[in-house]
Design a protein around this ligand. Structure first.
Ligand code: GTR
Length: 327
């Protein structure tokens, strides 16, 4: 009797442990907009390898690069809803969903990239991450996306007056539309994949992005003036669906997080190299790089953009001030 009870209990325990293992085993699918050889693509592939290694194969990830699973705003929704588990997202198109994360899309909020990372590693970063997690997207690590500057086909941009009347492609976010409107231009929100044709056919006059994306997309071929406004410094994340992440044991969560952090270390190194090589490549290709002597007029034109954001999110004023006060 005792023997068979023990046997039954043991059997039950085994069944439970098998069930538990089954519950944590996960086959994830991941979205990335960039193509082969881009720092983010290499680092996301490395993340997939590290995930399998560090979780002993309990969590696996199949990456889909080149935006093959859809546009970025759609992929963000997919990861929030659980249609996909992972994405390498720019925080720009996450901002409209999570107001805390939108703080990084206030033009000129960061002094430079190191300042952005200092903020992300502080309470400010924790507030941004919490805001995202509350909307179903858990950021596991932050990637570098440099600074974004304006480019167009026919002239250098030195002052807001040069943007006046220009149709400029922006990512999907009202802050960016407001930014262009305050400079006197016409904002044109559009998916990344459509920008090359739009520039080429004159549907838009200009766009804005960092060196690697300006180069990798070929935008430099059809918009040969790059003016160093550096108006936006937007971080990117490896973001995971909150339910998928929360279903993991603590041990697995740690492993997943470690894999993401190591991938981010790699991405930041590759990013620094790619910024330099992309710049060199486009300059060799004939791009005219324009240094803006005084960015002050661009910065002061952004006051209404900040006011609109703070009027809709009065509770986020301390976060804005925290970032501005971070050395
Ligand atoms: C790139 C970024 C992409 C996407 C793109 C865009 O720099 O890495 O995720 O946001 O810009 O302008 O749409």
């Amino acid at each position: 009797m005792t023997y068979s009870l023990t046997k039954t209990l043991l059997g039950a325990a085994t069944a439970v442990s098998v069930l538990c293992t089954a519950a944590v085993a996960a086959d994830w699918r991941g979205w990335n907009i960039h193509t082969e050889g881009y720092p983010n693509t290499i680092a996301m592939d490395r993340f997939a390898e590290l995930l399998a290694e560090k979780t002993g194969g309990e969590v696996t990830l199949q990456m889909f690069h080149g935006g093959t699973l859809g546009s970025q705003p759609d992929a963000i929704e997919q990861v929030r809803l659980g249609g996909l588990e992972i994405g390498n997202f720019n925080l720009g198109p996450i901002g409209p969903i999570a107001p805390e994360a939108n703080v990084v899309s206030l033009p000129f909020i960061f002094k430079d990239v190191p300042h952005m990372f200092r903020v992300l590693e502080s309470d400010g970063g924790a507030a941004i991450a919490e805001g995202m997690a509350a909307k179903g997207l858990v950021p596991l690590a932050w990637y570098d996306a440099g600074a974004r500057s304006f480019y167009n086909g026919d002239k250098p941009i030195n002052a807001p007056a040069d943007v006046a009347g220009m149709k400029v492609r922006v990512m999907n976010n009202d802050l960016y539309s407001g930014m262009i409107a305050e400079l006197g231009g016409n904002p044109s929100p559009m998916a990344f994949a459509e920008v090359y044709q739009a520039l080429k056919t004159g549907v838009v006059d200009g766009a804005e992005n960092n060196w690697p994306s300006y180069e990798s997309t070929g935008h430099f071929e059809v918009a040969g003036y790059y003016s160093l406004s550096q108006h936006l410094i937007i971080p990117e994340c490896i973001c995971v669906n909150a339910d998928a992440y929360n279903a993991l044991s603590d041990e697995m969560k740690t492993a997943v997080k470690e894999a993401a952090m190591e991938s981010a270390d790699m991405q930041r190194e590759l990013w620094a190299e790619r910024e330099a090589s992309s710049r060199k490549m486009v300059e060799d290709g004939g791009v005219i790089v324009n240094v803006i002597a005084d960015k002050g007029p661009f910065q002061s034109a952004m006051t209404p953009v900040y006011e609109t954001y703070l009027a809709s999110n009065p509770d986020l004023r301390p976060l804005v001030e925290l970032i501005q006060a971070t050395e």
